[in-house]
Design a protein around this ligand. Structure first.
Ligand SMILES: [Zn+2]
Length: 228
């Protein structure tokens, strides 16, 4: 196994693996909290490692997928505070979402983890409703695009889509990305209201409204896809 290097960071077992078919560095988290970093043959371990370190905080959040929520979990605008209490209760106050759970319950039990997942998903959706919908409307007006309806989804792989009728779907997990990356996705879908394919003209149009789109697109592809 000469192509595998391993290390432990913050209790996570990290495995680096070169793969002949890899085009980019990709990070996946398995159920046992092993982080697998796959990279192209010609990519150095140092580059892969730097990339992992840069994204490590995000990868920790990736635990969300695996139903192991940690205290002080963040959405874009709020922090989730987890407090032992007498009852199970979720409350939003200012920039905090308080999650109270009964003292006698195991925090990692399916019951508590599912409730927490529900609370987190709800918080993301609320933020997406406020932020994404206002932002796409702002960008559409600014650049003179017309869309029909906006729907919010919780998807694993797609960040957005635009139908023939110009109904736009947006992924609530976008809320976990930088504002610039979100803007790129919104512009991408807005340009689809005029050009349905990914032709050269499409990308020329995207670049007009989002000059940094190539970097932002790369960022979106490189960071793990969240799904809460
Ligand atoms: Zn597209």
């Amino acid at each position: 196994m000469k192509n595998i290097k391993e290390e432990i960071i913050d209790g996570y077992k990290i495995k680096y693996k070169k793969h002949i078919f890899s085009k980019n560095i990709k990070i996946t988290l398995s159920k046992d909290l092993t982080v697998l970093v796959t990279m192209p043959i010609f990519c150095s371990y140092k580059i892969a490692r730097d990339f992992l370190y840069k994204n490590f905080e995000k990868i920790k959040n990736f635990k969300i997928n695996k139903k192991t929520y940690t205290p002080d979990l963040k959405t874009k605008f709020d922090t989730l505070k987890i407090i032992k209490s007498d009852i199970l209760k979720i409350q939003k106050k200012k920039e905090y979402i308080y999650f109270y759970y009964p003292k006698n319950e195991d925090f990692n039990s399916d019951k508590i983890q599912n409730k927490l997942k529900e609370a987190y998903k709800k918080a993301l959706k609320t933020e997406a409703k406020n932020y994404l919908i206002n932002r796409i409307d702002f960008l559409a007006k600014k650049h003179n695009f017309k869309y029909n309806k906006i729907a919010l989804k919780n998807q694993k792989t797609r960040f957005g889509s635009c139908s023939i009728k110009n109904n736009i779907n947006l992924n609530i997990n976008l809320m976990l990305y930088d504002t610039e990356v979100i803007d790129y996705v919104l512009i991408h879908e807005l340009v689809h209201t005029k050009i349905k394919n990914h032709s050269q003209n499409f990308w020329i149009e995207v670049e007009k409204y989002c000059p940094k789109y190539k970097i932002l697109r790369k960022k979106l592809k490189e960071t793990p896809v969240y799904n809460c």
